[in-house]
Design a protein around this ligand. Sequence first.
Ligand code: ADP
Length: 542
Amino acid sequence: MQGLMQFHPLMISSAIEFAALYHGDTEVVSRRVEGDIHRSNYATINRRAKQVAQALDALGLAQSARVGTLAWNGYRHFELYYGVSGSGRVLHTLNPRLHPEQLAWIVNHAEDEVLAFDMSFLPLVKAVASKLPTVKHFIALCDAAQLPADSGIPNLQSYEAWLAPNGGDYTWPVFDENLAAGLCYTSGTTGHPKGVLYSHRSSMLHALASAATDVIGICSRDTVLPVVPMFHVNAWGLPYLMPMVGAKVVFPGAALDGKSIYELFESEGVTMSAGVPTVWQMLLAYMDANQLKLSTMKRTVIGGSACPPAMLDAFRDRYGVTVNHAWGMTEMSPLGTFGTLKGTQLHASADAQRATLLKQGRAVFGVDMKIVDGEGHELPRDGVAAGDLMVRGSWIIEQYYRGEGGSILDADGYFSTGDVATLDADGFMQITDRSKDVIKSGGEWISSIDVENIAMAHPAVAMAACIGVRHPKWDERPMLVVVKKPNVEVSAQDILHFYEGKIAKWQIPDAVQFVDAIPLGATGKMQKTKLREMFKEFTLSA
Ligand code: ADP
């Protein structure tokens, strides 16, 4: 017997339509690349997103046609999120930090037909435009007056001129919820990047699950500043979740330095934010140097890379901000786990609570997780056994775009994350490493994250990465690469002494190398492949 309830397809457009109806005057504030602060609201965003849909119809774009965006977090990008997906096309967010060759490769692979870009990326688009045969329309996200006369880019229009002829009198269409809505390529450390194709259903289920109080848990009384870019994994789904709950939105645009973020936090009354550790490092450094306080911020979500313990402590002890650690990946829309304490843990000691919060969190409802050994056998959930982390769920990848990489699930439908992790009895997952970053010393695994976290707590260390280097006896031993804080003196010996008593002796790095900067990837993560390349000739003596 079947249930007798209505079926309504889950449509991305429903989130903005809902916000327009019930939170129409709730503000959407953006720092524009032009430098000024722009104020809009959900009712206006919905109307203009409908104008985008009409403009795409006018171009004759078919269902599922790909529309590329090269843009920072801002109201126009937000309108494209809804106008493109809501009208049945696919929003393909492009990472502007990629090398131009790689960017062109991705646009061509996706066969984007339209490319909408912020004016700050005009030189980049100029450089690649002739290599993008499928792109028939270039839209600059600006007013008609700002459009350069002789850009050399074919069919270039300003976004405002493109929208203007359309009145926004448009009803969002309803179609199969499994239709593709968004496309994002993984940065991929080897081979070509691979596309992850989200559906309306997967994006809406992800947003609904992340709305839970134990997960992102924002509400209509929050003001949210997504630092995490809309050009990578849909800014962790926040562009869908914020309108669903009617939260005020503050978009930071291109200015992600500590001062600019701090100013917006204070001037707009931001209560909640989300981003990768590197951004928070800049904010903390700015606030420390200028002895500033945060007056409205309550909570920040840190993910994308492990949150260093020193960062959690600084936010909590010096600024009264709760840090929630989250983990996920492009292939997971991205959320897999979220770090909030359970009721049974509220009476644990402060140290035990801190240790729990530093783990990557527990599974969000809707995500199945297991850890397995090299033969695929499931390992115990005892917080000790570490194995390959596998995941399954309705917002997790089944196949890469155009079938790249072939079949990627195990017999039970689990996807291998490439992370090495433990799971404890309370369900908390802790990443000990990415499978390719783990250091194998004499057959024993050393977690590069543990080694880095200790270094990050040293007062003279601004950034630290641990990589394996060749060793005649142990095959591989850990080496620490350090960027010092400005104007401080510290020796390799000082840093190595700092490890004593904090980690097993055999896990202490064999060497420390100082560098001016650690290469960061397109999403702000340390690029250990580059470091390994830099130090590939480095051999330790026995
Ligand atoms: P890429 O790093 O290739 O751009 P993603 O942005 O999808 O890909 O990142 C996913 C990876 O980032 C995860 O597999 C994991 O290794 C790492 N990661 C994400 N969040 C965390 C976290 N909280 N702690 C440690 N590692 C994390």
